[in-house]
Design a protein around this ligand. Structure first.
Ligand SMILES: NC(=O)c1ccc[n+]([C@@H]2O[C@H](COP(=O)([O-])OP(=O)(O)OC[C@H]3O[C@@H](n4cnc5c(N)ncnc54)[C@H](O)[C@@H]3O)[C@@H](O)[C@H]2O)c1
Length: 270
């Protein structure tokens, strides 16, 4: 049986924070303090989890093994500063888009053990992917703890080059949104072709869900699975001729990822 996680402080119990907390619960928690002033966060409390509205209300004896920062980057400065006194030997794991290791060190002190990470919303069903980068002061056991916390909601990869977190944010951080947009557009196009709205929604949803499951189950790359759908001179080939035109999806995706990457860099500049 795996040992319970050490005491954790979670700043922000919103979509990502609560998804990670659910993963930690499954893994086994000892004590978690969630700091979140939002009314919805109160429902996260249970025998192992205390929810407080502000840092002042954190129990005085609380010494977290890790502090996980899951507030929006826009409120980071005001939300993070009051936590500085708790940093001690804790691993500081930030999932905030665009908040750099240097910025986090400026908040917690130059010697703070900072890990910057970028998960995605499939974390809510433990099928996320997180890319993380450990700062210079992170000890091996702190890195292991960060990996354990992130792995509770999906796959984890560590990179040495922090600059990669900007394109990672664009690709896998935002990626679920592009897949959901695909489902929306497929549904709308189905309706345009006369398919009743309810059936159109079902077709679009199940096509995305089933394709994801097939990709997960198959050893084949996406390209091979695409080719397996495409009969010579058939209907799919006709559709792909439109979508794969250089100025259509290839260029749109390339531009979209470049734009999101640049926005991540902008957030880092503050
Ligand atoms: N949503 C995503 O797809 C995604 C993916 C990867 C990373 N992220 C990052 O995760 C972070 C959280 O995003 P989210 O989607 O969970 O947002 P969210 O809005 O769902 O959650 C943020 C939470 O922070 C709380 N909060 C606001 N001010 C606070 C304060 N001063 N102190 C403590 N809590 C406070 C809010 O009440 C809310 O519950 C962001 O920094 C984002 O960049 C999000």
């Amino acid at each position: 049986m795996t040992e319970a996680l050490p005491p954790l402080l979670l700043l922000g119990g919103g979509k990502m924070g609560s998804a990670m907390l659910a993963g930690w619960r499954e893994r086994g928690i000892s004590r978690v303090v969630v700091v979140d002033p939002g009314a919805q966060a109160a429902s996260l409390a249970d025998g192992h989890v205390v929810v407080v509205a502000s840092v002042d209300a954190i129990p005085a004896d609380f010494a977290p093994g890790a502090i996980i920062l899951a507030v929006k980057p826009q409120v980071a400065s005001e939300a993070v500063a009051p936590l500085r006194h708790l940093a001690g030997g804790a691993a500081i794991v930030s999932i905030m888009a665009g908040k750099t290791i240097a910025w986090l060190a400026s908040q917690f002190g130059a010697g703070a053990a900072v890990i910057r990470a970028m998960p995605n919303t499939p974390a809510a069903v433990r099928m996320g992917i997180t890319v993380a980068c450990a700062g210079p002061n992170v000890a091996p056991d702190q890195r292991d703890l960060a990996e354990t916390l992130l792995a509770a909601v999906g796959a984890v990869a560590f990179v040495e080059d922090e600059a990669l977190l900007d394109p990672v944010t664009a690709v896998s951080g935002g990626g679920p949104a592009y897949v959901f947009l695909l489902a929306e557009l497929l549904e709308a196009a189905a309706v345009e072709q006369g398919i009743p709205p309810e059936l159109a929604r079902d077709l679009a949803r199940r096509t995305v869900i089933g394709s994801g499951a097939l990709l997960a189950a198959s050893p084949e790359p996406a390209e091979a699975l695409r080719r397996a759908v495409t009969s010579p001179n058939g209907t799919t080939e006709r559709a792909l001729a439109v979508l794969m035109e250089r100025s259509a999806w290839p260029e749109a995706m390339s531009k979209a990822i470049a734009a999101a990457t640049e926005r991540s860099r902008e957030l880092a500049r503050g």
